[in-house]
Design a protein around this ligand. Sequence first.
Ligand code: PLP
Length: 378
Amino acid sequence: MTTTLSAPRLTLSRMHAPTLHTIPAAVSANVERMRSATDARIMAVVKADGYGLGAVAVARAAVDAGAEWLGVTDAEDAAELRSASIEVPILAWLNPSGVDVARAVADRVDIAVGSVEELRQLLADVTALAAGPVRVHLHMDTGMARGGVPLDDWAELLRVARSGRGRIDVVGVMGHLPCADAADPSVNAPSVLRMRQARDAVLRAGFGPLLVHLAATSGTLTDSATHFDLVRVGAGLVGIDPSETVALHGAARLTASVVHSSVVPAGTPVGYGGAFVTERATRLSVVGVGYADGIPRELAAGAAVAIDGIRCPIVGRVSMDQIVVDTGDGIVPRGATAVVFGPEGGAVPSVQEWARWAGSIPHTIVTGIGARVERAIA
Ligand SMILES: *Cc1c(COP(=O)(O)O)cnc(C)c1O
């Protein structure tokens, strides 16, 4: 414990709302790390608002660092990127609200098609609107049964695609790896074979040239056989390596203010249900961030925040808008900054540590930050 913490400060610090800081330099450094792992082009996947960190901020940093494509779940997400003057090609692969073909053409969004039915619908929409042609990527099911056309349906898929010439341009073939996080190229081999079969079938059907793409972050970092022409990197942009083989740069920092501090005797129940009782006299601080802000409510022992370079454990239940932390010998002034997570290391917990405390994966921590949390660009 530092001596500065044990003496109450007379000056009042300024309070600040819980804030999620996006660190563009970290995103750029992560793109450079991907670049060193592959000769393929890099698509920066900015779905779910850039993994919670802001689609435009993450996309800009990635494109500045050399990403040549952007990927989103829904074609509508492209509008925000285009209005931020980001001009690189964009692919949308799920389109849960359907595809507005006129808008997709206007926004220059490529559409990935994951079933014969989707392709038929797309062709019908293009005809009805006399829009198009729409640039299409055909999505092969490479082992997930989660979107993607199974091999058995490819003859029909290609027959329908040929019938739609002029209304669509088939420009790409995509797949997605089910087990790349295992960092074991042998488990990817069947998917790689499937991709080659898909590519060859599309070329035989008279389409091409084609952009072939299969790998996401883990495949990019651990298996060059999966790279083909383009890799689709999302988690890796924000510092998450699902294969846990590479230390990337954390691109997120969540901060909140200490609202109130107190000195309590041994035997004091803390929070709802008195789930935690102090064993000794100690100092507690209330931090103004809770489960409505994305702090997981179910947390393993050890969950903590950093205040003034000291790791302070969370005690008692997480409330909707607040948590209580044990600051030990230190009485922390109102307005002091608590760092919930960040890339600094040391006392500052990482997103990966939060994922372990929550029994989850880092992705759910960064994408789960609540809408009322302010956003800032570091
Ligand atoms: C989310 C997603 C990606 C990016 O995956 P990461 O592991 O986050 O890099 C790539 N492709 C598809 C189809 C996805 O849904």
